[in-house]
Write a protein that binds this ligand. Structure first.
Ligand code: SF4
Ligand code: F3S
Length: 107
């Protein structure tokens, strides 16, 4: 089992989540973060930290977010590790809760 970063993170990237992860298993792309599924210990600490509710337990991942299970696994292999909080993306407030952000994902 792992936790998964979903679509709400795209264009926001608040990074509150990385501060609490005891095993530093977040990886950072240009406008999205992912969790490495083989490193996550399922502690659930990150889930309540995200201001836009982008983090799900794998077994509670909504149907429309299923694609993010594979995306987290794939991108965690290529993106660099992030262990400290940084300012969110400049237009994070504007993008919060907007639908259909997957098309904006930068790799
Ligand atoms: Fe890290 Fe725990 Fe979140 Fe997994 S559930 S990403 S180990 S904080
Ligand atoms: Fe993204 Fe939320 Fe973390 S917006 S970077 S999952 S705090």
């Amino acid at each position: 089992m792992t936790f998964v970063v979903g679509e709400q993170c795209i264009m926001c990237k608040h990074t509150d989540c990385v501060e609490v992860c005891p095993v530093d298993c977040f990886y950072e792309g240009p406008n999205f973060l992912v969790i490495h599924p083989d490193e996550c210990i399922d502690c659930a600490l990150c889930e309540p930290e995200c201001p836009v509710d982008a983090i799900y337990s794998e077994d509670e991942l909504p149907e429309d977010q299923q694609v993010f299970l594979e995306l987290n696994a794939e991108l965690a292999e290529v993106w660099p590790n992030i262990t400290e909080m940084k300012p969110p993306l400049p237009d994070a407030e504007e993008w919060a809760n907007k639908p259909d952000k997957l098309r904006l994902l930068e790799r």
